[in-house]
Write a protein that binds this ligand. Structure first.
Ligand SMILES: O=C(NC1CCCCC1)[C@H](C1CCCCC1)n1c(-c2ccc(CO)cc2)nc2ccccc21
Length: 233
């Protein structure tokens, strides 16, 4: 059985990515707000656009810290950010949802989200994803690396130099695979399950624009940044 070992360079790569991931966090905690009180559908939509806008800003800062990202072609940098923003938002939402909370709080949070204004048809795929992320009990290193891997997806629309993106994504995949083997020795399929979540994330991409436009309210207002990065308005 070959002994899996994380090299010095891989340790350094992981440290940079995890520190950037932890440094760039959403300022205030949306779960706490949602648990505090019930908001109207309009207030919930506004809360989402505010949270999502600050998350995009955080995502850009995190991405700039991914080794090699800033040496990519500039249009490709934009294409990668645009292509991964919704996935990064759902990944972060899933992590917020599956965080350990006092008894009964997760149920209240789920109820508040179900009643937030999102139309019924999107609840199942969204909560299936949240629960499948929760079951993985991911460590923060895994969360940070999985987010970086999602951002560095070579086959996003309009990416010109896919090989350059692959050269950045591969070392991330390597260190994540080793980390999974070392952290979950009794679960050889754990790494594959993590990557399977990225496939599930892509399906949420398709639903996203419709989830917003079908939000139970009229006159959906977005920030300029969200109009740029989401295919809305
Ligand atoms: O604010 C949020 N998410 C932020 C986003 C930036 C990163 C941190 C989380 C929203 C809530 C906004 C207010 C109404 C209730 C949902 N949310 C969603 C969510 C996100 C997007 C859509 C539409 O595409 C639908 C739902 N899932 C959540 C799971 C847990 C906690 C909040 C969660």
């Amino acid at each position: 059985k070959e002994k899996v070992k994380i090299t010095k360079e891989q340790q350094a790569l992981m440290k940079v990515v995890v520190e950037a991931y932890n440094r760039h966090q959403i300022p205030q905690d949306v779960a706490k707000k949602l648990l505090q009180e019930q908001y109207s559908e309009e207030e919930n939509f506004l809360l989402l656009t505010e949270m999502a806008t600050s998350q995009v800003q955080v995502l850009v800062e995190f991405t700039k810290n991914i080794p090699g990202f800033l040496s990519l072609n500039h249009e490709d940098q934009i294409a990668l950010l645009k292509g991964s923003a919704v996935e990064a938002m759902f990944l972060r939402s899933a992590q917020v949802f599956s965080r350990k909370m006092p008894n009964g709080h997760t149920e209240v949070l789920e109820e508040r989200i179900r009643k937030s204004g999102i139309s019924e048809e999107f609840m199942t795929p969204m909560f299936n994803f949240y629960k499948s992320i929760g079951e993985l009990h991911m460590m923060q290193e895994e969360q940070a690396l999985l987010t970086a891997i999602a951002i560095l997806t070579p086959d996003r629309p309009y990416v010109k130099d896919q090989q350059a993106v692959e050269r950045l994504q591969e070392p991330m995949l390597d260190v994540l695979r080793k980390l999974c083997v070392l952290q979950h020795p009794q679960e050889p399929q754990y790494f594959a399950r993590l990557l399977g979540r990225l496939t599930e994330l892509r399906t949420l991409n398709h639903y996203h624009a419709e989830m917003l436009t079908s939000w139970r309210m009229n006159d959906h207002k977005f920030t300029p940044l969200l109009c740029e990065i989401w295919d809305v308005e």
